[in-house]
Ligand binder design. Structure first.
Ligand code: SIN
Ligand code: FE2
Length: 217
């Protein structure tokens, strides 16, 4: 890792958009980290390839997932959980690269959450048409830590609702390098991703990659 990494602290105030109490959109926050993030992602995916998992109800998810960190998120017939072992390989998930952690901690701090210590990074890959239905992130052990979500590649419409499933979500167009942080009063707000529109991103290609950092255990 280079010293530049630590010097590249983006100006948060310039790009901080409030979404709800405890939720902010930091436009372009990940851009200074882009090339190191993508290089680290290649190494992770070589070790723990993307896979389309099944929900406990037997439906195959439209986006493909993998994880890094000491815990990864797994869904299968027996339910949803964090697990230290990648079920595909029987090995621990790839370690969380330092550049991932630095980005997540700086974004959380920029959103007002000091001392974020993520132990899991879920990596979602959306091909055109893939989506994520409205849900809450509630498999983590405690909800004091925020969720930090980094968007790469094709733009997506992020749906951010409220505490109840029926709350009408607001729509945010997330572009390459945008970071959303939600915690505190909005930690359990419903959110999702509309079906991805087709396109070609100059760096990432015909897909969207989303990283979500969590304190899982
Ligand atoms: C998630 O809800 O875990 C991912 C959201 C996204 O892909 O932006
Ligand atoms: Fe989520």
């Amino acid at each position: 890792m280079t010293a530049d990494l630590f010097e590249a602290v983006p100006d948060v105030r310039a790009s901080c958009e409030a979404m709800a109490e405890g939720a902010v959109l930091l436009r372009g926050f990940a851009r200074p980290f882009e090339s190191e993030i993508i290089a680290a992602l290649r190494v992770i995916v070589a070790q723990a390839p993307f896979r389309r998992m099944f929900t406990p109800g037997g439906h195959q998810m439209s986006m493909a997932m993998t994880s890094c960190g000491s815990a990864g998120w797994v869904t299968d017939r027996s339910g949803y959980r964090y697990d230290g072992i990648d079920p595909n390989s029987g090995q621990p998930w790839p370690a969380m690269p330092p550049v991932f952690r630095v980005l997540a901690v700086q974004a959380a701090a920029g959103a007002g959450f000091a001392d974020f210590a993520p132990d899991a990074c879920l990596i979602n890959r959306y091909a055109p048409g893939a989506r994520m239905s409205l849900h809450q992130d509630r498999d983590e052990r405690d909800f004091a830590a925020p969720i930090v979500s980094v968007s790469l590649g094709l733009p997506a419409i992020f749906l951010f609702g409220g505490p109840k499933r029926a709350d009408k979500p607001k729509r945010y167009r997330l572009e390459h390098g945008d970071v959303v942080v939600w915690g505190g009063p909005s930690r359990l707000f419903f959110h999702g991703v509309a079906p991805l529109a087709d396109g070609e991103h100059a760096v990432v290609g015909r897909q969207r990659i989303n990283l979500t950092f969590r304190k899982a255990r």
